[in-house]
Design a binder for this molecule. Sequence first.
Ligand code: ADP
Ligand code: ZN
Length: 605
Amino acid sequence: MHSAQRILQTVFGYSDFRNNQAAVIRHMIQGNDALVLMPTGGGKSLCFQIPAMVREGVGIVVSPLIALMQDQVDALLQLGVKAALLNSSLDAKSAIEVEERLLNGELDLLYVAPERLLTPKFLQLIKQVKIALFAIDEAHCVSQWGHDFRPEYIQLSVLHEQFPNVPRIALTATADESTKREMIEKLGLASARQFISSFDRPNIRYTIVPKQNSRQQLLDFLEENHKGDAGIIYCLSRKKVEELSEWLVEKGWDALPYHAGLSTAVRQKNQRRFIREEGCIIVATVAFGMGIDKPNVRFVAHLNLPKSMEGYYQETGRAGRDGLPANAWLAYGVTDVVILRQMLGDSEATEQRKRVERSKLDALVGFCETTLCRRLVLLNYFGEHFQAPCQNCDNCLQPVATWDGKIAAQMALSCVYRTGQRFGIKHLIDVLLGKNTPQIERFDHDKVSTFGIGKAHSQSEWQSIFRQLITANLLTVDVDGFGSVRLTQKSAPILRGQETIAFRKDPEKSRRKSKSSEKKEQKHRAIPNDSLWQALKNKRLELAREQEVPPYVIFHDSSLIEIHEKKPKTLQEFAEISGVGQSKLKRYGAVFIKLMREALSLSTS
Ligand code: ADP
Ligand code: ZN
């Protein structure tokens, strides 16, 4: 363990272990098996990298994605670690070179694609060398139910059979019970010790806004919080992705589209720009994200509702892997709920499956409508029970008022009933507000008893009321026809006044900020924004381009922020920066000290 601590400091440049890292590393060094569940950004990589370096032999890392492997190996090479990879991106000559280095015992870590690992030739090859451990990264890929399923992962049980004495560690950020069970069963990890961390991501701020004009709302959000930042915006359809990214470009943002309908070349190009440059925004369908471990994604925005809490957690989890403040922002409207419910109804799945999916969607809708701390609701869903509100979500920062909706709900439901359960929300609101539209005239709806009884509420309040009645399943919408709204079994007790309902008071267009939330805001914005910061980022980008690696492989934002703050002027001071180990000190110390000296003499002269 002594040597693990030394490697942490001298190679990685970090002072302390995080989360369960120390326990996992000790367990692995002793030669045991482990299953590690840790959230994104929790620090899983060190859990196998350090034991592989401490133990005799090479650590073999199975990883499902080529881009991810390349990034990890690039980062290790920067740290002076003897690492290499073997996958289909390598030409034959380079692959042979890697194999030779492997046979000569020159590698501490070898990353391989699962299909390569499973070839008889490769298995034969590694039988000739000493293996420190097998690490199975993104181990949830064994799950046939998950959307990252990789058939080759199931065959990874051969490792256990053919190398019974080599310790194995499986890691993932997917934490639900059924996936966990599948990993244990398929990878033969029944006797592995489990290391489970909290799945809270305290640096992510959750915000959910009711959709009004979602593009404008998005733009306001970006302008207020994310000028020059990298981020991901999720939309439901390819068409929306195209339209929105074009629109953002028109508005002066560096936005790129990504969806399965684009050619591989375009997708690769856009992904590469997102990773290699600073401040790109990717507008994407859910096809984007797996295997992106860019640490400084500062926001994830959703313009459509994901399908479940799991999806929401996974997608928003791509923000702020570096632990610095990040935003998860979702604009949510009743149409999303209606469409998703309809899609579920129409799908070919079994009734049982549909029931599961419906309840998953309902949980997410409940999360959107909640007036409680979002983080508490989210973690509670995943089985973690916290007590104290987080003070880093919209509901904590700007508590939501509720109001007694008994009368309004009765008016709305009764209006649906009186007009024959054949009309859409827009028309129903017109009736409640007593408007004179051609449609009202045509159907004589100025004669129904609910005509004009709702004038105490505005149009947008009624929209909010109908949304909440629909999300609470007090009304359903038929999307096949004309969006007619119908009563449900749950409507009757409300109509009869036997049950009451509390509505959430939706925020005004932009909520006025209280003094205390402004203070919290300042704390949230820990990232500097001056000329020195720009100079540091430019230097990092220049170094990254020279070596054809992403900027964060040179230094993470957190290291750059520390440099900005502590202004090191000697190599000794530079070595104190978190993320600066011996190798980076040697490579970049002088360059950055020179930059600091120049910047400081400029600012004082
Ligand atoms: P994960 O794979 O769990 O998403 P990573 O292994 O990529 O997370 O680590 C996330 C970030 O945290 C990386 O930038 C990593 O360098 C950093 N990190 C990991 N462990 C530590 C530590 N003990 N101290 C400081 N930073 C750490
Ligand atoms: Zn909260």
